[in-house]
Design a protein around this ligand. Structure first.
Ligand code: ADP
Length: 398
């Protein structure tokens, strides 16, 4: 099947056309500055690349139209007509408690998506706009599927997802841990089972998705049983610019001291904190590594805080699952930063983790990076959320 995967943001739209039989990416690209001055990129293996500025894209509908036009363009396109697209898979950030798996979108699902908007006011409206634009441009007969970042974590038990707040905030207001990056954690844990040649039902896995946004998941028997992000993606580890967990009491103290309102405070926690905030250098780990190597102590502290944070979650989740068979590293930092992987794993020898420095000296490729005699395997697995979305979509559109 040919599946178009769409990840719509408020002013951007990432797309990929995949063949789910061969798992090949036929074309991919990005529409940016939708509603502003429209920028469009398109890449397909062996075809001329498009990188165009000032493309008229007042709304997401024109952006989708631009994608379809490029895909069927006799000069550089990869399909003869739009009819070759069998289904569209949409990344949706928040499925709340309504969606524990991917779903084919109909009116009822659309209504439920709208209901979940208050849980993700920045992301879900953009995802909904993307879905509506596809239906408007492609017609009602092309199946549209929603794949949720939160769905994989819906298997968490109450002991892991309940916050120690008055219980009515959960019952009435749905305040609880949801977790994110679910599509990535699901993909890499399935791949891990394949790489280890064991049924996923028999495995205790800790999946470390370390990128600009980072989260860790404890996956027992193929089911997420705990994860570090929470009600929002602000929780858990220190990230590129997000604080991760802090004492909530800090907020009142800083707001009073610096005359900030809650919006300004949240802007600090989301955009000015994390490794960027601590180092004062950058949110990008490559810049931080260069700064540390040049002797910058705050860059070193930020990097050390990050690896220490990941290490603590690994210990906690091994305890939560009563052991661990394999630890997985994925996403920008996890796939590329050998030093971070080494720093995270060092000190975990007591629980059976033994790295192989040579095997770890690798980037962006599936590999076992622990020593042959390591009781706990350590795996590098590049994530592929688009493929996971495409496979779910093909399955539901059948
Ligand atoms: P996002 O959460 O935006 O999807 P990614 O998973 O793409 O983020 O990760 C982006 C981060 O990966 C960058 O901020 C950068 O810090 C890190 N990264 C990418 N390549 C390298 C590298 N070679 N060494 C260290 N870090 C890297």
């Amino acid at each position: 099947m040919k599946v178009l995967v769409i990840n719509a943001g408020s002013s951007s739209l990432k797309y990929q056309l995949l063949d789910t039989n061969t798992q090949e990416v036929l074309a991919k690209g990005l529409c940016e500055r939708i509603g502003i001055d429209g920028k469009f990129t398109y890449k397909a293996p062996g075809k001329p690349t498009v990188d165009a500025a000032d493309v008229s894209m007042p709304t997401h509908a024109e952006a989708i139209q631009a994608v379809l036009t490029a895909l069927v363009n006799p000069n550089g396109g990869v399909i003869a007509s739009m009819k070759e697209i069998d289904a569209v898979g949409h990344r949706v950030v928040h499925g709340g408690e309504t969606f524990a798996c991917s779903v084919k979108i109909d009116d009822k699902v659309m209504a439920a998506l709208e209901e979940n908007v208050p849980l993700a006011p920045l992301h879900n409206p953009a995802n909904i706009t993307g879905i509506k634009a596809c239906i408007a441009v492609m017609g009602p007969d092309v199946p549209q599927v929603g794949v949720f970042d939160t769905a994989f974590h819906q298997t968490m038990p109450p002991v892991a997802y309940t916050y120690a707040l008055p219980y009515e905030y959960y019952e009435q207001d749905k305040v609880r841990r949801y977790g994110f990056h679910g599509t990535s954690h699901r993909y890499v844990t399935q791949r891990a089972a394949d790489m280890l040649g064991k049924p996923i039902e028999s495995l205790k896995l800790i999946s470390c998705h370390l990128g600009n946004g980072s989260s860790i998941a404890a996956v027992c028997g193929g089911k997420s049983v705990d994860t570090s992000m929470g009600f929002t993606p602000l929780a858990g580890l220190p990230m590129g610019t997000r604080s991760g967990d802090i004492d909530a009491g800090v907020m009142e103290y800083l707001m009073n001291k610096h005359g900030m309102d809650i919006k300004e405070m949240l802007n600090v926690l989301n955009k000015k904190s994390g490794v960027q905030g601590v180092s004062g250098v950058s949110s990008d780990f490559r810049d931080l590594c260069s700064a540390r190597d040049a002797g910058n102590k705050r860059a070193e502290l930020a990097l050390d805080m990050f690896s220490y944070g990941v290490k603590k979650y690994i210990g906690a989740y091994a305890a939560a699952m009563g052991g661990v068979d394999a630890i997985i590293f994925t996403a920008g930092v996890g796939e590329n930063d050998a030093q971070q992987r080494m720093d995270i794993a060092s000190g975990l020898e007591f629980m059976g983790v033994k790295m192989d420095a040579d095997a770890n000296n690798i980037r962006g490729k599936e590999a076992i990076i622990s020593a042959i005699d390591s009781k706990v395997k350590v795996l590098l697995i590049p994530t592929n959320e688009e493929l996971m979305i495409a496979l779910d979509t093909a399955e539901l559109a059948k």
